[in-house]
Write a protein that binds this ligand. Structure first.
Ligand code: ADP
Ligand code: MG
Length: 460
């Protein structure tokens, strides 16, 4: 590696100015490459920092880093060089576990006020109520969002949406923006991240232009501020934010906020702000259950470009295995579909497993012998102790053999170890069980079906 950095030295934090450049580069990439390409390949990239001639970006997987390096490296370099002369290399590294959070440099002298820059981020037309799939875990938030977008005055203000990442808060905010704009074409809608609120506010202060900033914000008919947890700890920004909230609410304009947790769990934010936030309707979005994940996938498949066929077993596989959040679910589907059309292959279960290997590994839950014993006992309506005891009656011996067989197939445990975990049996007993079940699977369809079902339930 040819970085001119001292070994052990902390890499410099991203400056606010560089972060703004990255926002511009991203906006340019989005409009050049189309929303879908952008979402699949470029949106997961995170900006780390600039260091001399190097621009450091992070990708969540090796696959994605490769892809970006092969297809977008040169374009990325050009876009950076146009905005930051002297940028000669774009370096994409892998940082598993999602995009790192990059803090704004504390040094606000880095911020270049740009009065030309719009205060509102664009409302994305691809996020609508129509393509938001509703289930038990998000229906409160969905209905509340619909109410905010209706023409009458909603019975609550503000609407505060909260959830962990990737569950649809930003989607709902854009949906509100789109729907309200359609119903009230003259409505002035501002959507911004809390981070942008802070950057713009500090820039306005430095330019001695904060009156204009306040006026622009307070002229909104609908103000939406996304990810408000980011104003934690920043006193002058909080002060301004508080006054903005009050004015919007007291003048009967709509206010929508989102955060990664509920108001009472936000830390580093003034009490009066928190109670103002909780004043209206607080709606949380919970992780999607299996059924909702399936419905979302079906909807996303139907909306895929060039009608890539995704068979049901692949959809069920994704819904079972990718449980963390909808963003990952959608990303996995897009990756499989995009890669299949790229290499011109049909989407099969095997293809999906191979394409998503890195992602799936990260999610792999260590399956234990306990899990297997419990599941098998439940399946055959036995007590756990029956599987472990010495009784040899057929109705317990067979399930016990099935459990041993599954322990061998689905965990990396050795035969002696498995024997020990089944009431201290010898490894030859386990070996015999494995062989016996293998034979029986070819002869006994009912038993084979049991094994297939149990494997699926245990292993996805
Ligand atoms: P958050 O803001 O909560 O982190 P986003 O709104 O950015 O999450 O959602 C992440 C992705 O998942 C987006 O592409 C969004 O369209 C999609 N998504 C989330 N929930 C749903 C849903 N219920 N129906 C359809 N798409 C959804
Ligand atoms: Mg969001």
């Amino acid at each position: 590696m040819a970085h001119g950095r001292l070994p052990g030295a902390e890499p410099a934090a991203a400056t606010a100015e560089d972060r703004l450049l990255w926002e511009q580069v991203r906006a340019a990439l989005r409009s050049e490459s189309g929303a879908r390409n952008f979402e699949t390949w470029l949106a997961p990239l995170a900006f780390l920092r600039c260091e001399g001639a190097d621009v450091h970006l992070a990708a969540p997987s090796a696959f994605l880093a490769d892809w970006v390096n092969t297809h977008f490296a040169e374009r990325l370099r050009q876009l950076w060089a146009q905005r930051r002369p002297g940028s000669r290399h774009v370096i994409v590294t892998v940082q598993a576990g999602g995009a790192p959070v990059v803090g704004i440099a504390a040094n606000s002298a880095d911020i270049v006020p740009d009065t030309e820059m719009a205060l509102s981020l664009p409302i994305e037309s691809r996020y609508s109520f129509e393509n938001f799939v509703v289930g038990k875990s998000n229906e409160l938030a969905y209905n509340a969002a619909l109410a905010v977008a209706a023409t009458g005055t909603p019975g609550f203000n503000p609407l505060f949406l909260h959830s962990t990442t990737g569950l649809g808060k930003t989607h709902l905010m854009h949906a509100i923006g789109n729907a309200l704009q359609a119903r009230m074409p003259h409505a002035h809608i501002i959507y911004m991240s809390a981070e942008k609120f802070m950057i713009e506010f500090l820039a306005a202060l430095r330019a001695k232009d904060s009156i204009a900033f306040k006026q622009r914000l307070r002229s909104a008919d609908l103000l939406m501020v996304d990810d408000v947890q980011f104003i934690a700890g920043k006193e002058s920004t909080q002060e301004e934010f508080f006054h903005t909230m009050n004015e919007i609410i007291s003048s009967g304009k709509r206010l929508v906020l989102s955060a990664d947790r509920s108001p009472q769990n936000l830390e580093g934010i003034q009490e009066r702000i928190l109670s103002r936030m909780a004043w209206g309707l607080v709606a949380d979005i919970n992780p999607a259950d299996y059924e909702l994940r399936l419905n979302i996938l079906h909807a996303k498949v139907a909306a895929l470009p060039n009608a890539v066929a995704v068979p049901d077993d692949v959809i069920e596989f994704l819904a079972r295995r990718i449980t963390a959040n909808v963003r990952e679910l959608e990303g996995a589907l897009n990756r499989v579909a995009a890669y299949a059309s790229l290499v011109n292959q049909p989407v099969t279960l095997e293809f999906a497993r191979a394409t998503l290997a890195d992602l799936l590994r990260a999610h792999e839950r260590k399956l234990s012998i306990d899990d297997i014993q419990r599941k098998v006992a439940e399946h055959y309506r036995l007590k756990l102790s029956d599987l472990l005891c010495a009784r040899r009656a057929r109705e317990v011996a067979r399930p016990r053999q099935v459990a041993m067989y599954l322990a061998k197939k689905l965990t990396p445990r050795s035969l002696p170890e498995i024997g020990r975990r089944f009431g201290g049996r010898d490894h030859t007993t386990v070996m015999h069980a494995v062989k016996r079940i293998e034979e029986l699977r070819a002869l006994d369809r009912e038993l084979d079906a049991d094994v297939v079902l149990l494997t699926r339930q245990l292993d996805g």
